[in-house]
Design a protein around this ligand. Structure first.
Ligand code: HEC
Length: 135
């Protein structure tokens, strides 16, 4: 049993308080082409292209480096995201996407997340790639 699994068993509040440590759950190398396919379910709520704007969820173009929950023009952030003070990094997104509602129970993002670590890495590789393109 890895240390992360033990933390999971003890509950997400513990994992959250140890959030910087989750980066040590080394993120696998992502495949952006597979991530594009995996982004299908996310796309019902999010666009990764700047020109497409917001959907039911906020736009995800160049999301890395942004403070969570602060994008202008998106009116459906939860109070938790409005109050959030953290910056989206690949490592934090990798940890969060495993079970987003467990980490932020009052979030308005209705997603069960992506339990598979390789799939999360692929999604993040896709979002990075989509961010260096204009459209
Ligand atoms: C049913 C709609 C829906 C689906 C499906 C969905 N999201 Fe979201 N997402 C949202 C909403 C709504 C928010 C705002 C959450 C909040 O404020 O609590 C959000 C927030 C986010 C954010 C933070 C954006 C910011 O500006 O801080 C990221 C990153 C994100 N989602 C990624 C994803 C990924 C990756 C997937 C697919 C695995 C996904 N989402 C699936 C609706 C969705």
């Amino acid at each position: 049993m890895s240390r992360v699994r033990v933390a999971l068993a003890l509950g997400w509040s513990l994992l959250l308080s140890a959030a910087p440590l989750t980066a040590q759950q080394s993120m696998p190398t992502g495949d952006p082409a597979n991530g594009r396919l995996l982004f299908g379910p996310c796309r019902t709520c999010h666009y990764a292209e700047a020109a497409m704007g917001h959907n039911n969820g906020p736009n995800l173009h160049r999301i890395f480096g942004k403070v969570a929950g602060k994008q202008p023009g998106f009116d459906y952030y939860s109070q938790t995201f409005k109050d959030a003070q953290f910056v989206w990094t690949p490592e934090f997104m990798f940890a969060w996407l495993e079970n987003p509602m467990a980490m932020f129970p009052d979030s308005t993002m209705m997603s069960l997340g992506v339990p598979d670590a390789q799939q999360r890495a692929d999604l993040i590789a896709f979002l990075k790639q989509a961010s260096v393109r204009e459209r």
